[in-house]
Design a protein around this ligand. Structure first.
Ligand code: URP
Ligand code: ZN
Ligand code: ZN
Ligand code: ZN
Length: 514
């Protein structure tokens, strides 16, 4: 286990009354059932759930009548303060987690991603140093594997056994920077399978992107539209298919981050139907907006949407991805929150290849999915909870501590008003970035109260977060949800040799070329 002891940092003013909370009259929504119950919380844990509870005195009562009580959102894909493409993401672990809480997300899983050749352990410690001091909500870490060697294999083992990591991401894009060849990917997936860790992949064909982007520049097409043109849907779909094939050959479960196109989504859906252990992640960006913005005449507006894989210009894509998410073809929603201000995006003003890739989402994901998923009639509130919280908790082995409103679970809870609405804008959001890809959108489904670790941090519209109050949460390996079928297949599908008599007939001489 980690040699850092997680310290619960509770400021004096929060220690007494707020450590006991009583949520009265709400409707509990978990991924598998809804029911009316009161909730009693003490010291950051749900202690009682039911009707007519007998609770100790001194608790603060919050009236939840007519509202939904849901598990706090888990965003399993963020990049706070990521050093990337010559700059550093604008939202750091403070502003990023503050914004997360404002939107009803009470836990993030961020990515340690460093250059090829850098020790994974050193990189992990660097990210812990950045995050521990700043996070306002609980967090965990995935680790990117951008190079391969015996040392990397050893460090993956240490990360799993001693540092609380259970997931590793490889990149099929970002040639010469993060990209791994297929044979190295196979080795990483094998190692993950051996450790009981989750393999994750950024699936785009990095060679094709490199070639096509050079062609476009030589044709004088240097604006943000070329970002999509150099990596159209099939470039994502091909890599998605290849990654699933490689993971299946390695008998490793695979989590495909940011599924952004209809065709990549179909690949995931088809392979799940065939029984592959693969999970697809939809992003708030991909569900809430589309790639027509790359053709916007305002350069900053177009560049503000640049991310990899790109948003798709086919305007029916967001609805299609939402259908896949609603029907369990895709499993999880996230954001890939990785934000850059106008002057940072402008690094690529003359060449789209230098525009830092990334968009916002951590604050707006829950509302976007409620609006486009639940209010549209595509998913019910249980499925909403599954795709915003529970499934991520199950895959990354945090369940039922996270992802469920139940006795014994962490008190990461949102009191959700399904009828309240708000209009999204960079002028009012809590993120540090100066742009919002959902600008002007009116969304129903608003958190009224957000409770993280038993502390009310969004309180009747007032955000009262504390920097550094969040904890690093260790994610143990061998999630049953992910590994149960894999382990059985391992035993049942051992290769068998055919016992036969030796061949004793003649053998020709092999000719050697001169
Ligand atoms: O555009 C993106 N997605 N930026 C963050 C890095 C990544 O590929 O996830
Ligand atoms: Zn990625
Ligand atoms: Zn604009
Ligand atoms: Zn990412």
């Amino acid at each position: 286990m980690s040699n850092r002891t997680p310290v619960k940092k509770v400021p004096i003013h929060l220690q007494s009354a707020q450590s006991r909370l009583f949520l009265k009259g709400g409707k509990i929504v978990n991924d598998d059932q809804t029911f009316y119950a009161d909730v009693y919380i003490e010291d950051g844990i749900i202690k009682q759930l039911g009707q007519n509870l007998v609770i100790p005195g001194g608790a603060r009562t919050i009236d939840a009548k007519g509202k939904l009580i849901i598990p706090g959102g888990i965003d399993p894909h963020t990049h706070m303060q990521l050093p990337f493409m010559g700059t550093t993401a604008a939202d750091d672990f403070y502003s990023g987690t503050k914004a997360a809480l404002a939107g009803g997300t009470t836990m993030i899983i961020d990515f340690v991603v460093d250059q090829k050749g850098v020790s994974l352990l050193d990189a992990y410690e660097k990210w812990r140093g950045w995050a521990d001091a700043k996070v306002c909500c609980d967090y965990a870490l995935h680790v990117g594997v951008t190079w391969w060697s015996d040392q990397v294999a050893k460090e993956m083992e240490i990360l799993c056994k001693e540092k609380g990591v259970n997931s590793f991401k490889v990149f099929m894009a970002y040639k010469d920077i993060f990209m791994l060849p297929d044979d190295d990917m196979y080795d990483v997936f094998r190692k993950c399978s051996e450790l009981g860790a989750v393999s994750m992949v950024h699936a785009e064909n990095g060679h094709l992107i490199d070639i096509k982007s050079k062609e476009l520049v030589s044709q004088g097409i240097t604006g943000p539209e070329a970002h999509e043109m150099c990596r159209p849907e099939e470039v994502e779909a091909e890599a998605t298919q290849r990654a699933i094939t490689i993971a299946n050959q390695a008998n490793a479960p695979l989590y495909i981050v940011h599924v952004m196109s209809k065709s990549a989504g179909e690949v995931v859906a088809n392979e799940r139907r065939k029984g592959k252990v693969v999970f697809g992640e939809a992003l708030a960006a991909g569900l809430g907006t589309d790639g027509t913005h790359y053709w916007n005449k305002c350069w900053r507006h177009a560049a503000g949407h640049v991310m990899g894989p790109p948003l798709r210009p086919d305007p029916s894509t967001p609805g299609y991805l939402m259908d896949l998410l609603a029907n369990n073809d895709l499993s999880v929603s996230a954001t890939d929150n990785c934000t850059f201000n106008a002057d940072q995006k402008a690094i690529g003003k003359d060449d789209f290849r230098s525009i830092p890739n990334g968009v916002n989402g951590v604050e707006d994901r829950m509302s976007i999915i409620w609006e486009k998923g639940v209010r549209s009639g595509k998913m019910d509130p249980c499925r909403f909870v599954a795709v915003t919280s529970t499934n991520a908790a199950k895959i990354f082995n945090l369940y039922p501590k996270k992802g469920r409103v139940a006795v014994g679970s962490d008190a990461d809870i949102v009191i959700w008003d399904p009828n309240e609405k708000r209009t999204i804008s960079a002028k009012t959001h809590h993120q540090a970035v100066d742009f919002n890809i959902f600008e002007g959108m009116t969304v129903h489904g608003v958190p009224l109260y957000v409770i993280t670790n038993g502390q009310v941090v969004l309180d009747e519209g007032q955000l009262k977060v504390t920097q550094g109050l969040g904890r690093f949460i260790e994610t143990p390996c061998n999630s049953e949800y992910v590994y149960s079928k894999i382990r059985t297949r391992e035993q049942m599908c051992q290769p068998q040799r055919v016992e036969r008599e030796d061949y004793t007939g003649p053998v020709i001489e092999v000719m050697h070329e001169v």
